[in-house]
Design a protein around this ligand. Structure first.
Ligand SMILES: [Zn+2]
Length: 315
């Protein structure tokens, strides 16, 4: 799948919690690991291109031997500006990736002994944001597309919670009888404009799209896609077999919301949860938890930071 440059257990990442503890026994271990992920083929100064190993300065600083500029090891990573040890962050990432169905902020707070729930929550959201990064490759081949409704408590103007459904559009690759990769996105409405924008972002031209007969899906041929429409009347199939992969994803997603998150997802944060679900689903063949941790670390090393303000406001 998207296992670019297949990493090796025991060489690139630890295999279990005991090994994890040994790999990251000190803050220096953590820094070296981050440096390796940022510069996989050796250090290269962003200012002058020098490849000499830099001096270490202070807690997370590097100084180039070529141009003597100061480079932050964590700058441009998920950890930029953090005042917590990298060890804590790595433990959090191990915890999140080793939970089969994802982690809650409360669980993370307990495991790490974090003082505030808000910190745990912000960390989780930063990690979720990092999760979606590699999924820029668009889906290809035969792809089912349909919308589903996610019920989530939404606060209205008076702070009262009302049941208003969010619309999530799902795209799922056909891989034989199975599901390949997926993409998910919350959309404001199921208009042709929104659906087309999602499809163009998520699926390569030349792919064959399979949808129901909704008018929002008309005209896809003009955008360079093949398009097959399945309708109940024409096929005689029950509704859930019309687009079976999308249907399966939708029910897994709903089960995940009910289980891990106790259904408590506000609409404005839904995007982050969809990112996490997609990350896990598209790497479900990464049976080793260590590999999933490694994938998340790779993204964390290259994703830039998100101020807490931006997290609270949604995307
Ligand atoms: Zn330099």
């Amino acid at each position: 799948m998207d296992e670019q440059a297949r990493p090796l257990l025991g060489v690139d990442y630890p295999g279990n919690f005991q090994e994890f503890e040994a790999w990251f026994a000190t803050e220096v271990d953590c820094r070296n690991y981050l440096a390796r992920l940022r510069w996989p083929s050796g250090f290269c100064c962003p200012q002058c291109g020098s490849r000499d190993a830099p001096w270490l300065t202070g807690r997370s600083g590097l100084r180039c031997k070529g141009c003597r500029s100061d480079i932050s090891l964590t700058g441009g990573t998920l950890f930029e500006g953090t005042r917590k040890p990298l060890q804590d962050w790595y433990r959090a990432m191990w915890f999140v990736t080793s939970q089969k169905h994802g982690a809650s902020a409360l669980g993370l707070q307990r495991v790490l002994g974090l003082g505030s729930y808000q910190t745990a929550w912000a960390w989780l959201h930063k990690m979720r944001r990092a999760m979606v990064l590699p999924d820029r490759d668009r889906l290809t081949g035969t792809v089912e597309v349909d919308e589903t409704f996610i019920g989530a408590p939404e606060e209205d103007v008076h702070g009262r919670e009302t049941e208003k459904k969010a619309i999530v559009v799902v795209a799922a690759e056909q891989r034989g009888k199975a599901i390949g990769r997926i993409r998910l996105q919350r959309i404001e409405d199921a208009s042709a404009e929104r659906l087309r924008a999602f499809i163009q972002k998520s699926v390569s031209e030349g792919s064959l799209l399979i949808t129901d007969g909704w008018s929002g899906y008309t005209g896809l041929e003009n955008l360079g896609y093949g398009h097959a429409i399945r309708t109940l009347q024409r096929s005689g199939l029950p509704a859930h077999e019309l687009l079976p992969r999308v249907h399966r994803i939708a029910s897994l997603l709903k089960r995940w919301f009910l289980g891990t998150l106790q259904g408590g997802v506000q609409h404005r944060h839904l995007d982050y949860y969809l990112d996490e679900f997609t990350f896990r689903f598209n790497r479900r063949s990464s049976r080793s938890r260590g590999l999933l941790f490694y994938r998340l670390m790779q993204q964390a090393a290259n994703c830039g930071q998100t101020p807490y303000r931006a997290l609270v406001g949604g995307k």
